[in-house]
Design a binder for this molecule. Structure first.
Ligand SMILES: Cc1cc2nc3c(=O)[nH]c(=O)nc-3n(C[C@H](O)[C@H](O)[C@H](O)COP(=O)(O)O)c2cc1C
Length: 153
């Protein structure tokens, strides 16, 4: 399958998970393209007036995996902006979020809700995942997520 990874990551947590998913997919024989979403003059605390550096095209991919951090108890604005650029459709997709605070309700859960809301009528999301970066079980959680997200057949 042709798989796109569309990732927003500022300090590298979300991207490090994407690298692992990408490597697992390649090992299984899938073709993988990585797109890193960036804002012009990115300032993680900025909410208003954010603009995307570029808008990658998702045409021709069999599946798209999205990854983004939680910011201010919600999905990063950069990923929110990208989702608003998508046209209506049924692209097969999955999504994971990374967050820092100890409980998913402190941002992770809301990020997934926002992703689902903004991708409604645009993506067919079959898997979602939340990675707590400060959890002692983080490595195990990432291992499970990589296993699930690279299981596409
Ligand atoms: C401005 C800002 C706001 C954040 N807000 C939250 C939050 O509300 N809840 C949370 O759990 N983590 C929060 N975080 C932590 C990030 O979500 C977490 O470190 C994430 O893994 C960073 O991903 P990245 O390294 O891919 O950018 C925030 C980080 C920044 C910089």
């Amino acid at each position: 399958m042709k798989v796109a990874l569309v990732i927003h990551s500022y300090t590298g947590h979300t991207m490090s998970v994407a690298d692992k998913i990408g490597a697992a997919l390649v090992k299984k024989g899938h073709e993988v393209a990585l797109f890193s979403l960036k804002a012009k003059n990115e300032n993680p605390k900025q909410i208003k007036g954010v603009e995307l550096e570029s808008i990658p095209k998702m045409d021709g991919f069999d599946h798209v995996i999205f990854g983004a951090p939680t910011r201010g108890m919600d999905l990063s604005i950069v990923m929110q902006l990208f989702l608003t650029t998508l046209k209506k459709g049924h692209q097969s997709a999955s999504f994971y979020v990374t967050h820092y605070f100890p409980f998913a309700w402190m941002g992770g859960t809301q990020s997934v809700k926002t992703f689902m809301k903004l991708s409604k009528d645009k993506l067919e999301v079959d898997k979602t995942g939340i990675v707590n970066w400060t959890s002692k079980k983080r490595d195990k959680a990432i291992q499970c997520l990589v296993y699930q997200f690279s299981d596409l057949d």
